[in-house]
Design a protein around this ligand. Sequence first.
Ligand SMILES: NC(=O)c1ccc[n+]([C@@H]2O[C@H](COP(=O)([O-])OP(=O)(O)OC[C@H]3O[C@@H](n4cnc5c(N)ncnc54)[C@H](OP(=O)(O)O)[C@@H]3O)[C@@H](O)[C@H]2O)c1
Length: 224
Amino acid sequence: MTQTVLVTGSNRGIGLELCTQLKQRGFDVIATCRQSSTALKGLGVDVIENVDVSDFESLAALAATLSGRKIDWLINNAGIADGIAMDELNEDTIASCKRLFEVNSLGPLLTTQALLGNLSSGSKVGIITSRMGSIDDNDSGGSYGYRMSKAAVNAAGKSLSIDLKPKEIAVAILHPGWVRTDMTGHNGLIDTDESASGLLARMDELNLDNTGSFWHSNGEILPW
Ligand SMILES: NC(=O)c1ccc[n+]([C@@H]2O[C@H](COP(=O)([O-])OP(=O)(O)OC[C@H]3O[C@@H](n4cnc5c(N)ncnc54)[C@H](OP(=O)(O)O)[C@@H]3O)[C@@H](O)[C@H]2O)c1
């Protein structure tokens, strides 16, 4: 039977490429975004707009739209970045830090919760985090809001992996690599095609024995 996957933040970057490759694999793709793009419209997948992962009402509306529809894979990809240095901490940048938490940390948690009724035994949840959320791997400091928001979503992903195991739903915490997208100003080590194929290989590997793993898209296990 055809598998169904939902990807958040799918109008550009890694999310768009995930949708492209999942469509090529034969999945039924539900691509959610705040606003679609020409590239996403051209993919021929099911696009749901006005989905802001930081907004309760928008997630409730998504859950209502998808009521009764089984989701095999949920990929929480939507995210924002803001590099805030120590000497930049002030009222304005703290407001940015709070926004990073709303989107990067609470977004994946609340999206997963909103769609729990669509997930069932055998479903898988991917959370696109960053190795910048690894406390052990931090050897350059700075990036306060981004690092903290991704460390927090790592904690949420680990708890979800424990809480969803009795329902036989596995959860992966996934670093995409340093990828050339809008987020990085198109700097990076890899393009979205290599990142997305690695991320999907990790989703293939994900099961109830390795649930809760923190993986690089290249398969390396990352330290917390
Ligand atoms: N690129 C890298 O090197 C890298 C490294 C580590 C981790 N990551 C993570 O990978 C994920 C994808 O990043 P990317 O590089 O593809 O970045 P990107 O090109 O900037 O794309 C970000 C996506 O997230 C969406 N988004 C932002 N805020 C949202 C919200 N409140 N609700 C719903 N969607 C929202 C954006 O939609 P709009 O167009 O509506 O803003 C866009 O689709 C992020 O979680 C990021 O933190 C990326």
